[in-house]
Design a protein around this ligand. Structure first.
Ligand SMILES: NC(=O)c1ccc[n+]([C@@H]2O[C@H](COP(=O)([O-])OP(=O)(O)OC[C@H]3O[C@@H](n4cnc5c(N)ncnc54)[C@H](O)[C@@H]3O)[C@@H](O)[C@H]2O)c1
Length: 313
C-alpha cells in the first residue's frame, strides 16, 4: 500500500511541502487549492520532475476533495500569509473561516487522517481544526517548533562556526513573539550554550529567533518564509509515515501538562504512526515556567475571540 499525503493550500508553503514529500518519496501527493488550475498545474509540473530526480510517486492537483479520500496525513497550509507590518494574530479571523471549511472537507473524505497544521496563527488554527474535526489530540498537530528550533540552530551554528548537525535547541510555547527558547537545554554536542557564548550574544540570538519570521517577511515584502517551514512540516510527516518516533517540538493540545488546559502550545512530543504518541513534560525553572505561561496566555487571548464564533457556527 502506498501512503497518501494531501496538502491543502497550493501556495508557497503548500507547493514546497508537496515537492519535499515527492523528493523524499514518502507518499503520493494530492495538492488542493481554491484557485482553479493552480494545484493541477503545479502537480503536473512536479510529476514531470520525477523522471529527472528519480522519484516515483504520483502528484496530482485538485479544487475539490474527492481525490484526497483516505489520506494518511493532511498538511493544511491554506489561508492568507502575513504581509509586512501584519502580525500573525491579524490573520486570525480570515484564516478561521478557511480552516473551518477546509477541516470539514478533509474530515469527510479522510476520517482517519493525521492533521498537520501550518496556517497561522498556528496555535489558534490547530484549536479550530481540532474542534471542527473532533479528532483525538494525537491526530491534530501544529508545525512551529521544528521551524523555530531550526532557526535558532542556524543562528547558533553560524555564530560559533560549527556544523548545524551538532546543534540541538529547545523552543517551547506558542508560535509567535512569545515563544520560549530554552537556552539551558540547548547545546552543541552536549556542551551547554552558556559555556560557548556570553549572555549578550545569547540574548541577541534568542531575539533573532523570536523575530525569525518577521525578518524574512521584511525581505520578501509580498509574503512570508516557505522553504524552511515546508521542510519542517515534511520532517513531521516523515516521522509519522515512517513511524520514526522522532522527538520534535510541536504544537499539541495540552490537557493539564505544564499546568495548561485546552490550548495548543509548543512542547516536545514523540511523533510516530499514531501521530503524537507522547507529550514530554520536562522540568522547567520558575522563570521558564513563567515565560511559558505568558506564551500560553497569548494563545488563550485568541481562543477567547474565537470561542463565541465557534459556538454560533
Ligand atoms: N506555522 C508556521 O511556522 C508557518 C510558517 C510559514 C507560513 N505559515 C502560514 O502558512 C500559511 C500559508 O503560507 P503561504 O506562504 O503558503 O501563503 P500563500 O498565499 O502562498 O498560499 C496560501 C494558499 O492557500 C490557498 N487558499 C486560501 N483559501 C483556501 C481554501 N479555503 N482552501 C484551499 N486553499 C485555500 C490560496 O489560494 C493560496 O494558494 C499562512 O497562514 C502562513 O502564515 C506558517
Amino acid at each position: 500500500m502506498r501512503n497518501k499525503v494531501t496538502v491543502v493550500g497550493g501556495g508557497n508553503v503548500g507547493a514546497s511541502c508537496a515537492l519535499n514529500v515527492a523528493f523524499k518519496e514518502l507518499a503520493d501527493v494530492v495538492l488542493v487549492d481554491i484557485l482553479e488550475g493552480v494545484p493541477q498545474g503545479k502537480g503536473l509540473d512536479m510529476l514531470q520532475a520525477g523522471p529527472i530526480e528519480g522519484y516515483d510517486v504520483r502528484v496530482t492537483g485538485a479544487n475539490d476533495y474527492g481525490a484526497t479520500a483516505n489520506s494518511d496525513v493532511v498538511v493544511i497550509t491554506a489561508g492568507l500569509a502575513r504581509k509586512p507590518g501584519m502580525s500573525r494574530d491579524d490573520l486570525l479571523m480570515a484564516n478561521y473561516e478557511v480552516i473551518k471549511n477546509v477541516t470539514e472537507q478533509v474530515v469527510k473524505y479522510s476520517p482517519d487522517a493525521i492533521l498537520v497544521l501550518v496556517t497561522n496563527p498556528l496555535d489558534a488554527m490547530c484549536w479550530v481544526a481540532q474542534k471542527v474535526s473532533k479528532f483525538p489530540r494525537n491526530r491534530v498537530i501544529g508545525m512551529a517548533g521544528v521551524l523555530d528550533t531550526a532557526r535558532f540552530r542556524t543562528f547558533i551554528a553560524e555564530e560559533l562556526s560549527v556544523s548545524i548537525e551538532n546543534v540541538t535547541a529547545v523552543v517551547l510555547g506558542g508560535h509567535g513573539d512569545t515563544m520560549v527558547p530554552v537556552v539551558r537545554l540547548s547545546n552543541v554536542s552536549g556542551i551547554p550554550l552558556t559555556e560557548l557564548m556570553d549572555q549578550g550574544t545569547l540574548d541577541r540570538l534568542v531575539a533573532r529567533t523570536r523575530n525569525g519570521g518577521a525578518e524574512i517577511v521584511k525581505y520578501l515584502k509580498t509574503g512570508s518564509a516557505y522553504y524552511a517551514p515546508a521542510a519542517a512540516a515534511v520532517e513531521m510527516v516523515e516521522s509519522i509515515l515512517k513511524d520514526k518516533k522522532k522527538v520534535l517540538p510541536c504544537a499539541a493540545l495540552l490537557e493539564g501538562e505544564y499546568g495548561i488546559h485546552g490550548l495548543f502550545v509548543g512542547v516536545p512530543v514523540k511523533l510516530g504512526a499514531g501521530g503524537i504518541e507522547k507529550i514530554y513534560e520536562i522540568h522547567l525553572t520558575a522563570e521558564e515556567q513563567a515565560m511559558l505561561a505568558h506564551s500560553a496566555s497569548a494563545v488563550q487571548e485568541l481562543i477567547d475571540v474565537l470561542t463565541p464564533k465557534m459556538a454560533s457556527a
